[in-house]
Design a protein around this ligand. Structure first.
Ligand code: AMP
Length: 280
């Protein structure tokens, strides 16, 4: 695996032949099996697989979250190398945002960026759109791989690519989970044992809510989920939504293959998100 830190070096290593496709996996590092599954898919569907690691400060609405974010570049490099990554782009801040002013990329995508993460993390998606645009512009992949773990983010990136007419295909990838079904996340590494225990409630409640949707209206299931968290001091629920997975609009009755459950919760100081599809 080749590691490059500058745009210029990256250009030197990018394939020159037009028929060589690049599969790109942008990450913020502290890599786990979720990231690796994206890389494997990128490798299997393209001629070369490129990953980037860049902890994008402008998408953190909370400075403590940014400071706490796990950093483990050496272990990351080894994982990428072992899993067949051809090229790692490891830029510093200046490389992505040269000059005094950040070149913000902020197309108005309407309602889908105003709910959930948009509502609770002001400015977050503006930072995500900006960094993804610049990374795509530098790497110029045929396909870019994003996890459904961050489902709303994936929808927003898809929408940005559509409205800006960018020549890249977004490939949504399934969520990798721990044995107790907690969605893998770099932030899991920062949980202490009590927080980790409390975090297991997230997939447990999502699974139980999926069961209940079979014979309850969404409002009833929402009320039930809220109760489960109100009675538990170890984890704080920020939001739980039952939405159409394309429009992100609430639905009255769940529809198999179309309705998705979304959650954000704090098992302690750390904020975790997850979502699951209702399959009937
Ligand atoms: P991050 O490093 O958290 O910015 O994530 C980089 C990419 O990996 C994003 O597209 C995420 O959605 C994806 N990702 C994160 N966690 C998982 C997971 N558990 N399973 C699959 N993809 C994931």
């Amino acid at each position: 695996m080749i590691t490059v830190t500058t745009r210029k070096d990256l250009q030197d290593y990018l394939p020159k032949a037009a028929d060589q496709s690049i599969g790109f996996v942008p990450t913020m590092g502290a890599l786990h099996q979720g990231h690796i599954s994206l890389l494997k898919r990128a490798k299997s569907e393209n001629d070369i697989g490129i990953a980037s690691i860049f902890i994008n400060p402008i998408q953190f609405n909370d400075i403590n979250d940014f400071n706490r974010y796990p950093r483990n570049f050496e272990a990351d490099k080894q994982k990428l190398e072992r899993n067949g990554c051809d090229l790692l782009f490891l830029p510093d801040y200046e490389e992505i945002y040269p000059g005094k002013e950040i070149e913000w990329i902020d197309p108005d995508l309407g309602y889908i960026e105003q709910v959930m993460e948009g509502q609770y993390r002001p400015g977050h998606f503006k930072g995500v759109k900006t960094v993804v645009y610049h990374l795509l512009n530098i790497v110029k992949p045929a396909r870019a791989y994003f996890g459904k773990k961050d489902y709303q983010q994936m929808l927003i990136i898809k929408s940005m690519i559509r409205v800006m007419n960018l020549p890249v295909e977004v490939v949504p990838c399934d969520t990798e989970r721990e044995r107790d079904e907690l969605a893998m996340s770099s932030r899991n590494k920062t949980l202490n044992s009590e927080e980790r225990h409390a975090a297991a409630k997230i997939p447990m409640i999502l699974n139980e809510a999926l069961e209940r949707l079979k014979d309850h209206k969404t409002q009833e299931v929402k009320a039930w989920v809220n109760d489960q968290f109100l009675s538990d001091p170890t984890i704080h629920l920020e939001y739980f939504e039952i939405l159409d997975q394309e429009s992100l609009k609430p639905v009255d009755r769940a529809v198999a293959g179309k309705t998705r459950l979304f959650i954000a919760a704090y098992p302690g100081k750390i904020r975790l998100i997850d979502n699951m599809l209702y399959k009937g």
